[in-house]
Design a protein around this ligand. Structure first.
Ligand code: BTN
Length: 261
């Protein structure tokens, strides 16, 4: 598990590249706890124990995905941390649009093309008052074939499936560097002026979010799901759903778009 390469990025940020790790999120959380600096990014070709949302696992075939995590130490209050994955989602949509891909966000932070998932995001927080940090991990399907995607057992897609060609290592690396650079610019704007930048990113996030105006099911736990029309995202990043029992707002949960995408 030796670091293969260390890439120096703008503003003192660093990308540590590995061949194989258990989970980039787990490793970066551990590094954060022993003082790793803001802007430490960690990527790998393969994870043996990738973490997904809601306690799930995130599996990959070696070399098939962009798998990376990024550490930030926001100076703004913890209630506004949701703006960080929101900014990363916006950065990812815009990076993919530059590749010719029409990506959309499914609330809170799944990236879809059509109704199929291209990427997932997992945020982990360190909330000791004297050592706050935020690690955001992103798994992007890059080179999975149609057959491999079907095997995942849920609607999924990859960059290759959309562009129609294998994405080489250098190109995948270039996509990652462009994504980090874009996110860095957004994040520095958030750090400079959280209130105004957050409002701007939220508007951009909403313009890319395909959940709004969908008939959705929000699964809260194994026994409870709420259905209705998703109408908005609040200033705190929560989902607003118009249900038959009135308006409800959700801070978390798994959302299914019941019709369309
Ligand atoms: C989801 O369930 O949709 C979120 C998946 C997040 C996966 C990424 S891959 C890189 C990073 N390291 C992990 O262990 N998980 C995240």
């Amino acid at each position: 598990m030796d670091c293969l390469n260390e890439v120096t990025l703008d503003h003192g940020w660093t990308l540590l590249e590995y061949d194989q790790v258990d989970s980039t999120n787990r490793m970066l959380v551990e590094l954060a706890k022993v003082g790793a600096s803001e802007g430490t990014c960690l990527s790998t070709q393969h994870q043996t124990n990738g973490r997904g949302r809601l306690g799930r696992t995130w599996t990959d075939l070696p070399g098939s995905s962009i798998l990376f995590s990024i550490l930030v130490r926001p100076s703004f209050s913890i209630e506004n941390y949701f703006a960080v994955p929101c900014a990363l989602s916006v950065a990812l949509v815009e990076t993919l649009v530059d590749l010719g891909l029409n990506a959309r966000i499914k609330w809170p932070n799944d990236l879809l093309i059509g109704s199929a998932k291209l990427a997932g995001m997992l945020s982990e927080i360190g909330d000791k008052p004297d050592d706050r940090f935020f690690v955001i991990g992103l798994g992007i399907n890059v080179n999975q074939s149609e057959d491999e995607l079907i095997e995942l057992g849920r609607p999924a897609t990859s960059i290759r499936a959309n562009l129609g060609y294998w994405v080489g290592h250098d190109k995948a690396h270039d996509i990652l560097l462009k994504l980090i650079a874009r996110f860095q610019q957004f994040y520095l704007e958030l750090q400079a002026s959280i209130e105004s930048s957050m409002a701007l990113f939220l508007e951009r996030y909403k313009s890319y979010c395909s959940t709004i105006n969908q008939f959705v099911s929000v699964e809260l736990n194994d026994n409870e799901a709420v259905r209705g029309i998703a109408t908005d995202i609040t200033g705190m990043g929560h989902l607003v759903v118009n249900t038959e029992n009135g308006i409800r707002t959700f801070a978390a949960g798994e959302v299914y778009h019941l019709y369309g995408y």
